[in-house]
Design a protein around this ligand. Structure first.
Ligand SMILES: [Ca+2]
Ligand SMILES: [Ca+2]
Ligand SMILES: [Ca+2]
Ligand SMILES: [Ca+2]
Length: 323
């Protein structure tokens, strides 16, 4: 960087601190993520988990046991207007919105015997229908960007959890990952070409073509990286890692480059879900005792963008934290 670039970076940093933003996280190549306010959206004694941002940006679905057992809820993205979508004494969890925002996939044990199956319902909880019917665990659904398929994790190969995909009738079942390892937490890339997932054998994040080919490793942590979540523009993947001794949210390029940490708190920070505009990440954390849903403001400044930032862009950047 030249002196002018350094001066601009300093001014941006100072401005963001004055504006209430928390941190400018840079890497050695100068690429920067700016993290801002963290807001708590829920406040109750139950555990609130697995946030999933709706495609229109207006709502966040999540799992909570606040009413005695795990159910799916949805609230406005500011935490208001809470609605409960499921009413069953067994576990319901891990909501995933369809790309058109009309439906939510989730897993439920309502079929009995502690057997988890994948279901889909309308976004208001109506029209629930079951997609899987297998004695072994089926869970963690992730909708394809074209809305035609749902990837999920299943234990139906004895001793190995694998990534599968099916159409919306539950048919055309395809096993996408092979071997005897444990593959979990599929996340479909926004262009539909790839699926990221957690490989429990290496502990890292892997990615494969959407047909299961070309499996390759993105991270190789000393610990575990899990729950990848693709950014809406497809350029980045957020995930959870314990590589720094407590569970934090990290982000990296979708090729595994430029990894950096976004949260810094001794409590657990889990399950990132991007807002559709890429400017916020919802997650859950037990930093206030039990698990609650939080939203963190973020802004990405590429490796050359900061150096080229104009005063107009600085003003624009500073206004990101307001709604
Ligand atoms: Ca709670
Ligand atoms: Ca339930
Ligand atoms: Ca099952
Ligand atoms: Ca943490």
């Amino acid at each position: 960087m030249n002196y002018r670039s350094i001066l601009i970076v300093c001014l941006v940093t100072l401005g963001l601190v004055v504006a209430g933003w928390g941190q400018v996280v840079t890497s050695s190549d100068g690429e920067a993520w700016v993290t801002g306010d963290i807001r708590r959206l829920t406040d109750n004694s139950g555990d609130d988990w697995f946030p999933s941002w709706s495609p229109d940006g207006q709502s966040i679905a999540f799992t909570s046991d606040r009413d005695g057992n795990d159910e799916i809820y949805v609230m406005d993205a500011n935490g208001g207007n809470l609605r409960r979508l499921t009413h069953d004494s067994s576990k319901d969890g891990h909501p995933s919105w369809s790309p058109d925002g009309r439906s939510i996939a989730f897993f439920s044990e309502r079929a009995g015997g502690g057997n988890q199956e994948i279901y889909v319902m309308d976004a208001n909880g109506d029209n629930r229908r079951r997609l899987t019917d297998h004695v072994m665990t089926d869970w963690m659904p992730s909708w394809s960007p074209d809305g035609q398929s749902i990837a999920f994790t299943s234990h139906r190969v004895i001793g190995a959890r694998k990534i599968y995909a099916m159409d919306l009738s539950g048919g055309n079942l395809q096993k996408l990952s092979g071997g005897w390892g444990q593959d979990l937490y599929p996340s479909w890339s926004p262009d539909g070409q790839s699926i990221a997932f957690h490989d429990h054998h290496t502990g890292g994040i892997m990615v494969m073509d959407a047909n299961g080919d070309n499996r390759r490793s993105l991270t190789a942590p000393d610990g575990y990286d899990w729950f990848p979540s693709w950014s809406p523009d497809g350029r980045h993947i957020a995930f959870i890692s314990d590589r720094d001794d407590n569970d934090e949210i990290y982000v990296m390029g979708s090729d595994g480059s430029n990894l950096r940490r976004l949260t810094d708190h001794p409590a657990k920070d889990w399950y990132p879900s991007w807002s559709p505009d890429g400017r916020h990440i919802a997650f859950d954390s037990n930093r206030d005792g039990d698990y609650e849903i939080y939203v963190m403001d973020i802004a990405f400044e590429g490796p050359t963008a900061v150096a080229k930032t104009s005063w107009g862009q600085i003003k624009s950047l500073l206004s990101i934290g307001t709604h």
